[in-house]
Design a protein around this ligand. Structure first.
Ligand code: TXA
Ligand code: MG
Length: 336
C-alpha cells in the first residue's frame, strides 16, 4: 500500500479516507496518533495489525466537541466533569464507563473506555470533518518509541497505512496523562503534561498507580493494560543513571563498553568524552519531554549498544519524563 503524504491543510482528504474505513496518522499536541473511526471495527483491526499491537491493549477515543461524549461514555461523574472542564481540550485522557455504542475491540473487552479531547487544531479539524470520534493509539510499532514527527511515523508506518498528515513536531512530545475514574477515587495510570499536582489542585484525592514506578510482577494484573508491555525501547540497552552531575560524568567517561553513549542534559555536554546526545536542559522538564523520544530514536541512528541516561527530576512534568525513560530502560537504574 502506498502511504499518502498530506499537509496540515488537507484535513478534508484525511477525513474522507477515515470515512471510507482507512487509517491515517494524525498530529496531536502529545504524539502522532494512528486514527480510525471509533465505530468501524474493520478499520480498527487495521490499526492493531499495522502496529503489531496485542489485542488486549485498548485504544483511546478522541473527540473534538464535548457533545460527542454521549456516544462514547455511559455517564460522567461530577469529578470527571470537573476534570473535563478544566483540562479539555488538552493532554488528559479519562478512563470512564463505556457506552454500548463503542465496539469491544476499542476497549479490549473492558467495561471502561479511555477518552481524550486533543487541543491540536489539525486533529480537531480532522475529527470534526470525519464526523465520528476517532480511536488513535500512538503511531509507532508496538513496543517502540512514540512518534513526535512525521519522519518518525514514516519510519514505522510507511506502506502500512493509508495516509499521514504532517503537523510538524509535537509541542508536548510525551503521551497524554491517563486517569481512571472508574471508582470513587481517581487513579493516575500514566503521567503526562497534566501533572499529578495539576489534578490534585482540582480534585483533592488522586491515587498514583504503582505501575508508574515499577515493573509489574509476572502474573500481576495491570489496570491499564498498556503498562504491562515493554515500551519506548530503542535497540540499545538503556540504563538510567541516578546521581549528581559530577558522579554521572565520571561514570560515563570511564565506561569501557563498545558503542556506549550518554543520554545527558545540555549542561553535561562540555564535560562528556564519549558520544552523547542531550535531551534538554537539566531543569527544563518541558524541554526534556519534547526531546526524549527523538533522542532515544537517535541513539539507534548512532548505532549505540549501551545508553547511560541521566536521571531527570521527578517533579511535575518530570514524573512523565522519568516514567518513559524508566520504561525504555526496563526499569534498570544505577545509583552513582
Ligand atoms: O497522547 C496520547 O494519549 C496519544 C495520542 C495519539 O492521543 N495516544 C496514545 O495512545 O498514547 P496509546 O494507545 O499509545 O496509549 C493508550 C494507553 C495504553 O497504555 C492503554 O493501555 C491505556 O491508554 N488505556 C486505553 N484504554 C484504557 C482503559 N479502558 N482502561 C485503562 N487503560 C486504558
Ligand atoms: Mg503507545
Amino acid at each position: 500500500m502506498e502511504t499518502r503524504h498530506l499537509n496540515a491543510s488537507q484535513t478534508n482528504e484525511a477525513a474522507e479516507i477515515l470515512k471510507n474505513g482507512g487509517v491515517v496518522a494524525i498530529p496531536t499536541e502529545t504524539v502522532y496518533g494512528l486514527a480510525a473511526s471509533a465505530f468501524d471495527e474493520e478499520a480498527i483491526k487495521k490499526i492493531y495489525k499495522a502496529k503489531g499491537r496485542p489485542t488486549d491493549n485498548p485504544l483511546i477515543v478522541h473527540i473534538a466537541d464535548i457533545n460527542s461524549l454521549d456516544a462514547v461514555v455511559a455517564g460522567l461523574s461530577l469529578k470527571a466533569a470537573i476534570l473535563a472542564k478544566k483540562f479539555w481540550p488538552g493532554p488528559l485522557t479519562m478512563v470512564l464507563p463505556k457506552s454500548r455504542f463503542i465496539p469491544e475491540i476499542v476497549s479490549a473487552g473492558l467495561d471502561s473506555v479511555a477518552v481524550r479531547f486533543p487541543s491540536n487544531e489539525t486533529a480537531q479539524e480532522i475529527i470534526i470533518k470525519a464526523g465520528v470520534p476517532l480511536v488513535a493509539p500512538s503511531a509507532n510499532k508496538s513496543g517502540k518509541t512514540s512518534p513526535t514527527t512525521v519522519q518518525h511515523v514514516l519510519l514505522d508506518m510507511d506502506g502500512l497505512i493509508d495516509a499521514v498528515v504532517d503537523g510538524g513536531s509535537c509541542t508536548i512530545g510525551l503521551e497524554s496523562t491517563v486517569v481512571s475514574l472508574m471508582d470513587g477515587s481517581p487513579r493516575l495510570l500514566r503521567p503526562g503534561a497534566i501533572t499529578l499536582e495539576d489534578l490534585q489542585n482540582v480534585i483533592d484525592e488522586v491515587k498514583v498507580d504503582e505501575s508508574i514506578y515499577r515493573d509489574l510482577n509476572s502474573g500481576e494484573k495491570a489496570i491499564s493494560p498498556g503498562m504491562k508491555y515493554k515500551h519506548y525501547a530503542p535497540s540499545a540497552k538503556v540504563i538510567v543513571v541516578s546521581g549528581n552531575q559530577e558522579n554521572y560524568i565520571n561514570f560515563v567517561n570511564s565506561a569501557s563498553e563498545k558503542n556506549v553513549m550518554a543520554l545527558c542534559f545540555d549542561e553535561d555536554i562540555p564535560y562528556i568524552k564519549i558520544p552523547y546526545i542531550s535531551y534538554g536542559g537539566m531543569r527544563n522538564a518541558d524541554e526534556q519531554a519534547r526531546n526524549l523520544f527523538d533522542a532515544l530514536r537517535k541513539t539507534d541512528e548512532m548505532s549505540a549498544k549501551v545508553v547511560y541516561a541521566r536521571c531527570p527530576d521527578k517533579d511535575g512534568v518530570g514524573m512523565a519524563v522519568y516514567n518513559r525513560l524508566m520504561r525504555a530502560a526496563g526499569f534498570e537504574i544505577l545509583n552513582v
